[in-house]
Write a protein that binds this ligand. Structure first.
Ligand code: NAP
Length: 489
C-alpha cells in the first residue's frame, strides 16, 4: 500500500471487510480472503472475506428468518430508513466516491455522479414505500367483489457487476427494502468495497438485522447456485453479462424463481441527416465515454447518415482525442483504466479485427503503457457490418462509426443484434423520432440525449438484454406479488 495517499488509506481503513450476516460482521468460514486491486496501479488495496458455500447459506438463513417481521414493518418506517440512506450518501459522497475510484478506476467526478445516482434510488423508493396498494371492485356479474393486495415476494438474491459498484446494488436494494423483502447481496469480486460501505450505511440508517446480508466471494458460482436451489429463496435479480445471466436463469428454473435480468447491451447511436450535430457530438461523448465506455448503456455502434458522417467523425475525433487519461483520483482526469488485463485485451482484439477488415483509426487504437490497464480513447471510421466491434459489447473507450443511407436501413441495422437495451436517436423531425422509436427493438430510447438513466424511469431491456425493470413506478413491482381474494357478499 506504499503509494496510496493518506486520504486514500483513511477511506480504505473505514470500510468493513467482513461478511454481513444477520446484522453481524464476521469473517468467512476458514478465514479466507480475496484481494481487491486498484486497476490504475495493480496494487492490492484491500482484502475482504471470501465467503464459502456455508456462509452463503447462513446469509440466506438470516434473510429468511427476518422476512416475516420485515414484511409487517410499517411502510412509513421502511421509507424513512431509505430516506436516511439517501441523506447519508449525499453527506458522504466524497469518501464513497474516492473508495469507488480506488477499486473500479473511473474518474472521481464520475464516481460522485454514481453515488448521487445510487442515492436517488433510495430517495425515490423511500417515497414509493408508502404507495403500495391493491384494488376493490365489483365483479362483472355484480354478485361478488374482487379484492387484490400486494405482498412482498420474500427473500431475494442479488448478484451485481463491477462497472457500477454502488448503483447496480442500490437499484435492487432500495425497492426490495421498500416492498418489505429481505435479501442476500453478492457484489462483483473486483469491486466489493462500495457495496460493503453501502451496507454499513444501511445498518447505520436503522435497517433491522438480517434484512440485508452481504457476501463477497472469489468463486461466484459456488456461493450463488446453492442459494438459487434453496426453497427459502423466492427471487433472483441479476445485473451482469448475458452469458452469466443465461446460466442463472437455468439454475433458477428448478424452483421456478421469479427472476429479473439486467444484461448486456449493444446500443446503436443513430444520427439522422436532420440532426443537430453539435448536440449529437455532445450526446455521443456521454453515451460513449461515461464510465470509460464500461457501461451496458454505452453507445456501441455509431450509425450516421452518409451526408453527415465525415463531419460527425471529425468533430467526435477532436473531442475524444482531447480526453485526459490517467488514474481516476487525479484532478482533471476524465478517462480511467479498464477493469483488468483481460478486458483490455478484448478491446484491443476488437479494434484489431475492425482494422483488419478495413476500418480507419482516426485516433487512439492501442493500449497505453502501464502500470494499470489504460487504453487510448479511440475512434474508428468506415467500420464494415461484419466487424466484431459492431456485434459484441466493447466495454471500453472505442467509438466505431458506420454509415447508412435511408431511415429503413438505419432501423434494420439497429435491430440486427441479439441485444435490446437502449438506442440513441438524434433527429429534429418529430414524426421520424416517433416512427423510429416504435420500429426499433429496445427497452429504452434516448431521444436527442446521450443518457437515459433516471431513478424515476423504468430501466431495462428486451431480447437478450433481459427482462424486468429497475426504477420508476415499475421498479417496486419486481418485489411484490399480487394476491387476489374473491369475496362473496
Ligand atoms: P459478469 O461477469 O456477468 O458478472 C456479474 C456478476 O455475476 C458478478 O458479481 C460475478 O461475480 C457474478 N458471476 C459470474 N459468474 C457467475 C456464476 N457462474 N454464478 C453466479 N454469479 C456469477 O458481468 P461483469 O463483467 O461483472 O459486468 C459487465 C456486464 O454487465 C456487461 O455485459 C454489462 O452490459 C452488464 N451490465 C448490465 C446492466 C444493465 O442494467 N442491463 C448494468 C451494468 C452492467 P464475480 O465478480 O466473482 O465474477
Amino acid at each position: 500500500m506504499a503509494t496510496l495517499e493518506a486520504r486514500e488509506t483513511a477511506v480504505l481503513g473505514k470500510v468493513p471487510t467482513d461478511l454481513l450476516i444477520g446484522g453481524t460482521w464476521r469473517p468467512a468460514r476458514g478465514g479466507g480472503t480475496l484481494r481487491v486491486e486498484d486497476p490504475a496501479t495493480g496494487e492490492t488495496i484491500a482484502e475482504v472475506a471470501d465467503a464459502q458455500r456455508e456462509d452463503a447459506l447462513d446469509a440466506l438463513s438470516a434473510a429468511a428468518e427476518a422476512q416475516a417481521e420485515w414484511a409487517s414493518h410499517p411502510p412509513r418506517e421502511r421509507g424513512e430508513i431509505l430516506r436516511r440512506v439517501y441523506e447519508m450518501l449525499r453527506d458522504r459522497v466524497e469518501e464513497l466516491a474516492l473508495l469507488m475510484t480506488l477499486e473500479m478506476g473511473k474518474a472521481l467526478p464520475e464516481s460522485r455522479a454514481e453515488i448521487a445516482y445510487a442515492g436517488e434510488f433510495f430517495r425515490w423508493f423511500s417515497e414509493e414505500a408508502v404507495r403500495i396498494h391493491g384494488r376493490y371492485m365489483t365483479s362483472a356479474t355484480g354478485s361478488g367483489r374482487v379484492l387484490t393486495m400486494r405482498r412482498p415476494v420474500g427473500a431475494c438474491v442479488f448478484v451485481t457487476p463491477w462497472n457500477f459498484p454502488a448503483a447496480m446494488g442500490a437499484r435492487k436494494i432500495a425497492p426490495a427494502v421498500a416492498a418489505g423483502c429481505t435479501m442476500v447481496v453478492k457484489p462483483a469480486k473486483q469491486t466489493p468495497l462500495s457495496m460493503l460501505a453501502l451496507a454499513q450505511i444501511l445498518q447505520e440508517a436503522g435497517l433491522p438485522d438480517g434484512v440485508l446480508n452481504v457476501i463477497c466471494a472469489s468463486k461466484a458460482g459456488e456461493v450463488v447456485e446453492p442459494l438459487l436451489k434453496d426453497p427459502r429463496t423466492r427471487k433472483l435479480s441479476f445485473t451482469g453479462s448475458t452469458e452469466v445471466g443465461r446460466r442463472l436463469i437455468e439454475q433458477s428454473a428448478d424452483q421456478v424463481l421469479r427472476v429479473s435480468m439486467e444484461l448486456g447491451g449493444n446500443a446503436p447511436f443513430i444520427v439522422f441527416e436532420d440532426a443537430n450535430l453539435e448536440e449529437a457530438v455532445e450526446g455521443a461523448m456521454i453515451a460513449k465515454m461515461r464510465n470509460i465506455g464500461e457501461a451496458c448503456t454505452a453507445a456501441n455502434r455509431f450509425m450516421v447518415a452518409e451526408s453527415r458522417a465525415e463531419e460527425f467523425a471529425r468533430r467526435l475525433t477532436e473531442r475524444i482525442a482531447a480526453q485526459s487519461v490517467g488514474r481516476g483520483t487525479q484532478e482533471g482526469v476524465q478517462v480511467g483504466p479498464l477493469i483488468d488485463g483481460a478486458a483490455r485485451e478484448k478491446v484491443q482484439e476488437l479494434v484489431q479485427d475492425a482494422v483488419d477488415r478495413g476500418s480507419t483509426v482516426l485516433t487512439g487504437g492501442s493500449a497505453l503503457d502501464g502500470p494499470g490497464w489504460f487504453y487510448a480513447p479511440t475512434v474508428l471510421a468506415d467500420v464494415p457490418a461484419t466487424a466484431r466491434v459492431l456485434r459484441e459489447e466493447i466495454f471500453g473507450p472505442v467509438a466505431p462509426i458506420a454509415t447508412f443511407g435511408s431511415e429503413a436501413e438505419a432501423i434494420e441495422m439497429a435491430n440486427a443484434t441479439e441485444y435490446g437495451l437502449v438506442a440513441y436517436l438524434y433527429t429534429n423531425d418529430l414524426r421520424r423520432a416517433m416512427r423510429v422509436s416504435e420500429a426499433i427493438e429496445f427497452g429504452m430510447v434516448g431521444l436527442n440525449q446521450g443518457i437515459v438513466s433516471n431513478p424515476a424511469a423504468p430501466f431495462g431491456g428486451v431480447k437478450q438484454s433481459g427482462f424486468g425493470r429497475e426504477g420508476g413506478f415499475e421498479g417496486i413491482d419486481e418485489y411484490l406479488e399480487t394476491r387476489y381474494v374473491a369475496l362473496a357478499l
